[in-house]
Design a protein around this ligand. Structure first.
Ligand SMILES: NC(=O)c1ccc[n+]([C@@H]2O[C@H](COP(=O)([O-])OP(=O)(O)OC[C@H]3O[C@@H](n4cnc5c(N)ncnc54)[C@H](O)[C@@H]3O)[C@@H](O)[C@H]2O)c1
Ligand SMILES: [Zn+2]
Ligand SMILES: [Zn+2]
Length: 366
């Protein structure tokens, strides 16, 4: 029986968002116990709180985090106690056809999206003995957690935990959308609609590969100012400017249009921003069941493409250490994405930061 309890930020469909004491069971075979040092607050956590992605069970939220290994279960070989790790929320099964083909971001065997560990269990129990489930197989808004070995990616010790946390989701997704999903080449043009944590990471990825021009679109002037610092060459106000008309007039249509909001209304406007043969990249995640309508003749006639992007089409074990090294070498200013740093007890305010677009990415520290 677990003996100690720690506070965790829990979304319960019956009672909403709150803090609960949870107990953690020890790491079992193939599992790793981690002490969380920093966790980012991503819109994918907010999608749960807002009901876009309904859950029938209480969840420990948080899926963008970094920490230190404190224990390993039988059979774990890739990390050991004391290692610094980034948590990867789409823990691949390593057995399905996609995993075998090296496409872990398309894994069909993962249980992460069912909000359980690979064996279908949860490591968390509430004070009343009831099970509380790990969001995306992690549940990082707490002090300690247990994850599958495939979710714990070792990173250099000199990497700050806050940067590591953001490598767990927004950065790997955003930069990966550019280099993996789209394969943008130097000199190609791109529009990024929505410059929160994920969209700004797309802008950073575009600057890294030498895209030009890079057009950032948001509703927040502060976010657009940050986008400029990250390499956007032009910025547009999404509430006022006709982005598609601007792209046609100034670029003859963009080679790529990234959406990093999850808004069907915005997604529908992407193909009109593109030149022939261009690609719309759907990085934002819409509410479950949301649909969009497209001009089908234009898509077919102009050879335009629509690309889905899960986790930046990344393989965590390869891409996370790679991006960490680029940051440490001064090639990616990932620390500029860090906004307010708050204690875990201020999780509610951290969600308010996200809703009100205050700062860039808020980090919670247990
Ligand atoms: N594909 C993936 O694997 C993956 C991974 C992480 C997050 N996501 C999704 O990416 C999306 C963005 O996440 P985030 O954490 O960056 O969110 P965020 O809330 O930090 O950023 C969203 C941004 O969009 C802007 N915006 C909203 N409506 C707009 C409009 N009409 N025009 C222009 N800008 C607008 C907001 O001002 C905000 O800056 C979410 O849907 C999230 O679930 C997807
Ligand atoms: Zn996320
Ligand atoms: Zn798999």
């Amino acid at each position: 029986m677990p003996s100690t309890y720690s506070p965790a930020v829990v979304f319960d469909p019956a009672s909403g968002l709150g803090t609960r004491e949870v107990a953690l069971r020890p790491a079992g075979p193939g599992e790793v116990e981690i002490e969380v040092r920093a966790a980012g607050v991503c819109h994918s956590d907010l999608h749960i709180v807002s009901g876009d992605w309904p859950t029938d069970r209480p969840l420990v939220l948080g899926h963008e985090a970094a920490g230190v290994v404190t224990g390993t279960g039988p059979g774990v070989t890739s990390v050991r106690p004391g290692d610094h790790v980034v948590l990867s929320w789409f823990a691949p099964c390593r057995r399905c056809r996609k995993c075998v083909a090296g496409q872990g971001w398309l894994c069909t065997g993962t249980r992460a999206v069912a909000n359980t560990l690979p064996d279908g269990t949860t490591p968390f129990t509430g004070a009343d003995g009831a099970e509380i489930w790990p969001y995306l197989g992690l549940g990082a808004f707490t002090e300690r957690l247990v994850v599958p070995e495939t979710a714990a990616v070792k990173v250099p010790e000199e990497l700050p935990f806050s940067v590591g946390a953001l490598l767990g989701c927004s950065i790997t997704t955003g930069v990966g959308a550019v280099v993996n999903t789209a394969g943008v080449r130097p000199g190609e043009s791109a529009v990024v609609v929505g410059t929160g944590g994920v969209g700004l990471s797309v802008v950073m990825g575009l600057a890294l590969v030498g895209a030009d021009p890079i057009v950032a679109v948001d509703l927040s002037p502060e976010r657009l100012a940050v986008a400029r610092r990250f390499g956007a060459t032009h910025t547009l106000d999404g509430s006022r400017d006709d982005v598609a008309a601007w792209c046609r007039e100034h670029l003859g249509g963009a080679d790529y249009a990234f959406e990093a909001i999850g808004s069907p209304k915005v997604v529908q406007t992407l193909p009109a921003m593109l030149t022939s043969g261009g690609a719309a990249v759907l990085v934002g995640m819409a509410a479950i069941g949301a649909t969009a309508a497209f001009d089908l003749f234009d898509l077919a006639d102009q050879g335009k493409r629509i690309l889905g992007c899960n986790y930046g089409s990344s393989v965590g074990e390869l891409d996370i250490p790679r991006l960490a090294r680029l940051h440490l070498a001064g090639r990616l200013p990932l620390d500029d994405l860090i906004g307010t740093v708050r204690p875990l007890s201020e999780a509610a305010q951290a969600f308010d930061d996200l809703r009100s677009r205050t700062g860039v990415r808020t980090i919670l520290e247990p």
